[in-house]
Design a protein around this ligand. Sequence first.
Ligand code: 1GP
Length: 249
Amino acid sequence: MKNVEGYLNNSRKSKGALLFVLIDSENDGATSAHSLAREAEKFGASAILVGGSSATDQMTMAETVKKIKSSVRIPVILFPGNVTGVVPGADAILFSSLLNSENPYFISQAQALGAPNVLKFGLEPLPTAYIIIGEGTTVWHVGSVRTIPFDKAGLAAMYALSAQFMGMRFAYLEAGSGAKSNVRPEMVAAVRKLFKGFLIVGGGIRDSKTAAEIVRAGADAIVIGTFIEKGGSFKTVSDIVKTIQSIKR
Ligand code: 1GP
């Protein structure tokens, strides 16, 4: 797909808030990654994200992306945790800077190392401010994160405003895969006030009530990974899609 950014912005306008399904390329669950992706599309997901902070096997990732790409029509977007997450065959990449990392590697160095392959593989870069909330998750550990507590909405909003000023067109508020708590709606609302771009929220979302609160607070898309990977019902996924698409901003 050409112009994934245009597709996402148009879908946001025409459908309401969107669901992205995250598939870990090293998913070893009972259902294959491409079958999960196909189901996700059937039940209303608008994009498939492939990646994860501990997915480091580039060959498996490339193979998984290829299979998913041939199984769905919605865009396949890489969600890299490191340079190893840059592989051919996807439509686009969340070209992210982990703004609240204490390690410059995750803010700009991995990006410099990964950029030539983004160009070489013809991936559409979606400039994304990646902001991790809370602590104790894998992404928090791997990304050397300077913790933003769940109740410090103002801190997240400061980072989001800086992303706005730096020209990033996407921001991703991340509680971490399998997080016990999701990002609170109050924080989403504080970020929404200042960030004008496409706002993605993920981590620990498993039901339509939570998804609805986050969307009402201003998210353009929510991300669900663990719930689906662990065999959560697609009926719930379908309810989530219907609920978030019915919320008008
Ligand atoms: C993780 O935000 C995503 O990067 C999805 O989180 O796996 O908790 O749904 P979950």
